[in-house]
Design a protein around this ligand. Sequence first.
Ligand code: GTP
Ligand code: MG
Length: 362
Amino acid sequence: MKKAPNKKSALEEKEGVVQPESISASVVEHIQQFRKVQPSSNELIKGILDGNITSLSRAITLVESTNSNHLAKANEVINACLPHANRSVRIGITGVPGVGKSTFIEAFGKYLTGLGKKVAVLAVDPSSTISHGSILGDKTRMEELVKDKNAYIRPSASGDTLGGVARKTRETITLCEACGFDTIIIETVGVGQSETAVHSMVDFFLLLKISGAGDELQGIKRGIMEMADAIVINKADGDNIKRAKLAKTEFNRALHLFPAKKSGWVPTVSTCSSYTKEGIDGVWNTISDYLKLTEGNGYFEEKRSSQNHYWMLETINERLKNDFFNHPEIATLLEENKKAVQNNEISPFAAASILLEHYFKK
Ligand SMILES: Nc1nc2c(ncn2[C@@H]2O[C@H](COP(=O)(O)OP(=O)(O)OP(=O)(O)O)[C@@H](O)[C@H]2O)c(=O)[nH]1
Ligand SMILES: [Mg+2]
């Protein structure tokens, strides 16, 4: 007798729980709807020009998206930002893994914000597709800079190709500049082709080295040394100081073997420690000297305009290639022709012509 009313009341209680759920569900839906509403291009543009970091981050996410609707919106935002960009110095930093790039950027970035500058740190690291962005992990190496309200750190975009990653970084520079960042630092690992891509989007290219390791050990190709506007020997502290000074003399000698630069700039070699901060100010002084020289002789503008031309052609190359190889009909035809070429039934050039003609006729 006693059990029945108990059961009933338990059921009533259950029903009672359902009711508020249905109310809260509508509230939840409302919130979700609100969150789903993406800011319009105009809102993003206004936000970026006002120096709003949330708008900047959202616009960069659009740039990095593979969705074609996002691409159109991203282009609209970038075009509106262009007239407000360009007023900055873009610095590329490369060096083999472990040379101290992130630690250096933390020390250098803090020094620059101390001078009143607004610093954006970006990265070109195509391998980040797998590792989810080494610079993201590096944020722990940039503890101070992450907290600095005058600094913005964005991990490398992911992508299948270096070209894709580089394009996204190139456009991100424009957005950061329009948002008021006057110093853009781009980190890249100096072991592949990515440093060439970074070199073609910066004004000043800095190569970090450490003493006591031969060039073979440091894995740096001759070409990278040739691209450098400055070589900075990092970790010049403690027992390392003497070796770092010795390395400085050696690198100075090595640099003399390279042909003179079109900019008229003579690359410098210096030492620094991201731990003791010794030599960090010197790096900025060198960059200031470079800017003075190249802005005076017109090279700065000339380089930026040839970089723009390069990126236009690169983008066309990239798009054509992707479109061609991702086309379903081409994929089948490519396989057929590959076999025909292997069996010596057709020459590779004739096969390529067939494929290209087929592609352009569609
Ligand atoms: N003694 C000394 N050690 C340093 C200095 N700068 C960096 N290090 C150390 O060198 C190691 C590598 O530093 P990172 O800044 O992570 O090097 P990285 O070039 O960014 O490395 P990747 O991101 O892997 O390419 C860390 O253990 C740092 O603490 C320095 O100025 N002096
Ligand atoms: Mg790093």
